[in-house]
Design a protein around this ligand. Structure first.
Ligand SMILES: [Mg+2]
Length: 366
């Protein structure tokens, strides 16, 4: 593939920043956006924290009670996640980005990749100018800051956007790629989590530079062929993944927190059925059928366990969904006889858009 210029844009502490925009009085104090599980007033996890809260050690994923301990006696705004509002802000920003790219790919509610090779005539000077213009436009229209990374591919751009936050701009030209990546910790590469980082550290690989020099066969033994080559290529700054518009959702899911941690199949199935019904209604309304059903059980120790099953034809009817989900649950309960379940969720994937006219029956067949 010819030389490309790829931009990765990440809106800074997005949910918390949206809350600051809506209510500017919050700006100078800690803002903690919380995903409440509904069990007790404080149970749940932190979704996003602003930078004031981060100074006290609060970060996404920690329990709300921990955050409250860290911010004891400090005037803090604890706010519930407001998905609808964030999605509105996000979609307006994504429209700005779409119109600034040759090719555009939204990665999540607050991240996107832009291929800007043609419109910048492959010039990093022009790319820098474009990046400043985009930042300015987002700030002017929505009042939000973002961090941008640019490089010859998605892997480099993504890592670059994360290096200087908030409100960063990091440009890595092809000649700078190796010097930029080498000193960074290996887990900066997307997909290298705690477990993989530990396995790498056991064979003496700490940095991306170490990883780049490691014999790929050694990595194949640890991670299997597909991941090994992806990690090795990424570490060498080589990545051919195109920026591609994602029009269709890839999956739908619904997860619920049980009233109490339990192993009672009857109790879990009650909530699982409810999750299936909610999910099926949504998927049908969007006119999809699906071939893959998965469930996730989050245990009392917060480990997630998943099982899934793929069918040859689209699954028909909510009852079929419930039956499969129940069977998958039984497998998990059998496999982990000592753990109680805390949250239960169902997910459908391998979506197929329903063809032709929709009939009333399609809507009411659930
Ligand atoms: Mg972000």
């Amino acid at each position: 593939m010819a030389n490309r210029i790829i931009m990765h844009l990440d809106l800074d502490y997005f949910y918390a920043q949206c809350e600051e925009i809506r209510n500017p009085i919050l700006k100078d104090k800690p803002v903690v956006v919380c995903m409440y599980s509904g069990r007790t007033p404080d149970s749940g996890a932190v979704s996003t924290a602003n930078y004031v809260a981060r100074k006290y050690g609060v970060k996404s994923g920690i329990p709300i009670v921990f955050a409250k301990r860290m911010l004891k006696d400090i005037d803090t705004a604890y706010l519930p996640v407001d998905d609808k509002y964030y999605e509105e802000v996000s979609s307006r920003i994504m429209n700005i980005l779409k119109s600034s790219a040759d090719k555009f790919e939204q990665e999540s509610i607050d991240e996107a990749y832009l291929d800007i090779t043609q419109r910048t005539q492959n010039s990093y000077d022009k790319a820098r100018e474009l990046a400043y213009n985009i930042k300015e436009e987002i700030f002017r229209s929505e009042g939000l800051t973002c961090s941008i990374g640019m490089g010859p591919n998605k892997v480099v751009a993504k890592i670059a956007s994360d290096i200087q936050k908030p409100n960063g701009l990091t440009i890595v030209t092809p000649l700078e790629v190796s010097g930029f990546l080498s000193p960074l910790d290996a887990d900066k590469i997307q997909g290298i989590g705690k477990k993989s980082a530990k396995a790498l550290s056991n064979i003496g690989v700490k940095t991306i530079g170490d990883l780049a020099k490691t014999d790929v066969e050694k990595l194949v033994q640890l991670f299997g062929k597909k991941l090994a080559y992806y990690f090795h290529d990424a570490a060498n700054g080589a990545d051919q993944e195109p920026v591609e518009e994602r029009n269709e959702p890839e999956q739908f899911s619904r997860i619920l927190t049980l009233k109490e941690d339990t192993r009672s199949e009857e109790a879990i199935v009650k909530d699982l059925d409810k999750a299936c019904e909610d999910l099926y209604q949504r998927v049908s309304a969007e006119e999809y059928s699906f071939r893959n059903i998965g469930i996730v059980a989050i245990m009392e120790d917060l480990t997630p366990h998943t099982r899934s099953e793929t069918f040859e034809h689209g699954v028909k009817g909510v009852e079929a969904l419930k039956i499969s989900a129940k069977m998958l649950l039984e497998k998990i309960l059998e496999e982990y006889p000592d753990l109680k379940v805390r949250r239960i969720g169902v997910r459908v994937a391998e979506l197929v858009k329903k063809q032709g006219q929709k009939t009333l029956t399609d809507f009411f067949s659930t």
